[in-house]
Design a protein around this ligand. Sequence first.
Ligand code: KG4
Ligand code: ZN
Length: 335
Amino acid sequence: MENLILAIESSCDETSAAVVKNGRQVLSNIISSQIDIHKKFGGVVPEVASRNHVLNISTVVAEAMETAAVSYDDLSAVAVTYGPGLIGALLVGVSYAKAVSAAKNIPLIAVNHIHGHIAANYITHPDLEPPFVCLVASGGHSHILHVKTYTEFEILGRTRDDAAGEAFDKIARVIGLGYPGGPKVEALAKEGSIDAVTFPQVEFSDNPYDFSFSGVKTSVINYLHTKEQKQEEVNRADIAAGFQKAVVEALTKHTLRAAENMGADKLVLAGGVSANGALRASFEAAARDKQLQLFYPQPVLCTDNAAMIGCAGFYKYKSNDFADSSLNAVANLKL
Ligand code: KG4
Ligand code: ZN
């Protein structure tokens, strides 16, 4: 029988709704970004994000249903991101999904946002199946995971401080590029030399897969300070290129190490940072070298969207893993 899931995502600054058929077929994926609203503050303001989700959510869901040309009576379930993310933002999506579930008498599925990022790959690559090793690199997370099944995950490594995307956003701010940082740093790095300035990479003796990105951020700040004190010119493109190189190399090296040690034959990238061209090129080269199959989502599915939540929700549906009306949002939800 046909499975149709209405999915809702509101964990940060995108209000998104999608209708997903049989897990991997996207009938609609409406994304209303608040970037222009938050840009003037230099980052996402949680209170402002929540208020805009409330303003947008009904229209976004209606548009998703209309574009998919399905009626509420056709839906098998409603899936929603319940964490991790900004608590006020998450609560908007969770409340809306609970209302749809109650009003239409359809099951409610609670989806972990990180599981959604991984599932974005199932949409882009219809034949991809677990197990595989996955790097999830977003604004809030940098994890290396062993994805055992569609619903079982083991953490192999994680960042001990900043997430990779967070580092991109912070560097963008210190070199005056503004928000959102990742794509701006990537664009400027193309004009710089990757060897002009070198920033450090951190290794931990007790876990060879863990990351640290706060050191590279501090070292960019120190570099700028020293240059300022000496009244020397700085080349921002060289800084962007050197910073991006340090982050990309650490992500590639540690993930490849994990894949090799796990005996994996498939390597998967997920999360906003996986939209980065330099990261993709670095993983392409490493995967070719180690004869691993590499997968990453199409650009629109790398960053936050509801289609990925619908796909992850489908696999919870298949394992009869439903939430009830007591569902709450969990800002620091673990994997
Ligand atoms: O997955 P995502 O949309 O939201 C979270 O769940 O965090 O990821 C957003 C993060 C931001 O930190 C953004 O700067 C980063 O992904 N990002 C990028 C690129 N596009 C988005 N980082 C590097 N290069 C990019 N092209
Ligand atoms: Zn995300």
